[in-house]
Design a protein around this ligand. Structure first.
Ligand SMILES: CC(C)(COP(=O)(O)OP(=O)(O)OC[C@H]1O[C@@H](n2cnc3c(N)ncnc32)[C@H](O)[C@@H]1OP(=O)(O)O)[C@@H](O)C(=O)NCCC(=O)NCCS
Length: 187
């Protein structure tokens, strides 16, 4: 399987994580508002960014999962990340995940990054179906998915217990043929 390790869009470069990304990564995942609907709290351990970068870089190289750093071309700084995990090659499906530094919300950056990620998944990796598992209260995230054509497929009740709080999940799905009908459109 041949695939692109760097994806480019008008304003962004998506590339594998690497040492040097620690401060930008901490700025994203150290923010309790960004982490509000994650299954773990905001990062406080100073070693955590380096550990995550090492794990993500190794997973990327081994094609276990693909987490891209989203870099703003104008500044060269990482403003977020997005990726594919829980890849199930026999069924050609995987799950998308993403987070953006709060200072960059509301500017269409994740929309732009996810367009590139979807193309990577459906063209480079030949995926058939992508999924996302989202807290239904996370309307910024459900909005981002719906703009890309993901369909809300079902509610999974009380699926996560995060810091003692019991949370539902909504499962979103996007099929390759649905994406192929509108590959570059901003919906
Ligand atoms: C989910 C998340 C990435 C969405 O960020 P976002 O900036 O709203 O996402 P998008 O890139 O799709 O941007 C859409 C917004 O930008 C606006 N926008 C501005 N310029 C735009 C452009 N050129 N193209 C598209 N949208 C644009 C849209 O109008 C929309 O604003 P609205 O939500 O007020 O209607 C962000 O809220 C986040 O990081 N949340 C925390 C992490 C998280 O919960 N991740 C998901 C769980 S795995």
């Amino acid at each position: 399987m041949d695939y692109h390790k760097t994806l480019t869009t008008e304003r962004l470069t998506l590339r594998p994580p690497r040492p040097g990304d620690e401060a930008d990564l901490q700025a994203i995942h150290g923010d309790p508002e960004v982490m509000r609907y994650f299954s773990e709290p905001a990062w406080t351990d100073p070693e955590r960014p380096a550990r995550q970068i090492a794990a993500d870089a190794a997973d990327f190289a081994a094609r276990e999962q693909f987490r891209f750093a989203i870099v703003l071309n104008d500044t060269g700084r990482q403003i977020g990340n997005c990726g594919l995990c829980r890849l199930h090659w026999p069924n050609r499906r995987g799950e998308v995940g993403y987070a953006l530094n709060r200072a960059y919300w509301g500017k269409g950056y994740m929309n732009e990054a996810l367009h590139a990620l979807l193309r990577f998944a459906f063209v480079d990796l030949d995926m058939h179906r992508l999924e996302a598992d989202i807290d239904p209260r996370n309307t910024a995230s459900t909005g981002a998915l719906e703009r890309l054509g993901f369909q809300r497929e079902g509610l999974l009740r009380e699926r996560w217990i995060v810091g003692g709080e019991i949370c539902d999940s909504v499962l979103y799905g996007l099929l390759r043929r649905e994406w192929a009908a509108h590959p570059g459109e901003n919906r």
